[in-house]
Design a protein around this ligand. Sequence first.
Ligand code: ATP
Length: 256
Amino acid sequence: MANPSIYSLKEPVIETSNLVKIYKEGAIKAVDGLNLKIGKGEIYALIGANGSGKTTTISMLTGSLFPTSGEIRVLGLQVPKKRRIVAAAIGVAPQEYALYSDLTVEQNVWFFAKLYSMDRSSFLKRLDELLPILRLDERRKTAVYNLSGGMKRRVSIACALVHQPRIVFFDEATVGIDPVLRAFFWDYFRSLAEAGLTIVLTSHVMDEAERANRIGLMRAGKLIEYGTPEEIKQRHSASSIEQVFLKLSEGAVADE
Ligand code: ATP
C-alpha cells in the first residue's frame, strides 16, 4: 500500500519486507506480507483487533520467533540471524507472568540487568533513576506477588529500560495503569523518544494510540492503514482513531 505521507522518517531502525508468519503447518497466517519502516526516536503504535497479528509481529522483530519468510532488519542487522547482538540493544517489557512473583521488584529488575550483562553498580545507579520515575521507589523491596496489576506493569517497564536500550517494545504497556499514571507515562515516553529511543507499542486503547507519532493498523496479518494519527483521521474523515479502527476492523472478529 502506498500511502502518501507528510511524516518524514528519520534514520530507520526497524525495517521489514514481505514478512510472513504461518502457524500450525499452514493453518494460520498470522502475519501476511508485512512491510514496516520505523525511525529512530519514533513512537510507533501497532493496533488491530484481537488476533490481527500484533504480538506475532513484535515477537519476530525481537528475534524470539522465527519468520516463515520475509526479511527483518533491526538497527541495520538481520534478524533472526544477528538476534543475539540485536538483543543487547533492545528492551522488551515482559508480560506479568514472566516476572518472578517471589522475588522483589529490585531482584526482578536485577535478573534482567544480568541478562544484559550489567554490573551491579551500574544497575543500582540506574535503578535509583528508574524507580522514582515509575513511582515504584517505595516498593523496591516488595515481593512482586504483593503488587497490584498496574505496579507489575511498571516493573515490566523497568525491566525493559534498565540497560538503556535503543529500541523498546511494549506489548500492551499500559494495561491496568490508571489514567493519571498513563498520562504521566506518555510524557515520560515522549522524553525518551526525544532523546533518541524508539518505542514500539501495541495497544487496544485508541486514544492512547493517538498519542503515538505514527500508527500501523493491522487486520488479518496485514497492515491495512498507516500514517500519523492526523493523516489517518483525515483519510477516513473521522474525528478519532477509534472511529477508523471500528470502521476498518469491522468483521475482523468474525474472520478469526
Ligand atoms: P491480541 O490483540 O489478542 O493480543 P494479536 O493481534 O497480538 O492479538 P497474535 O497473538 O499475533 O494477535 O495472533 C495472530 C494469529 O495467530 C491469531 O489467529 C492467533 O490465534 C494465532 N497464533 C498466535 N500465536 C500462535 C501460536 N503460538 N500457535 C498457533 N497460532 C497462533
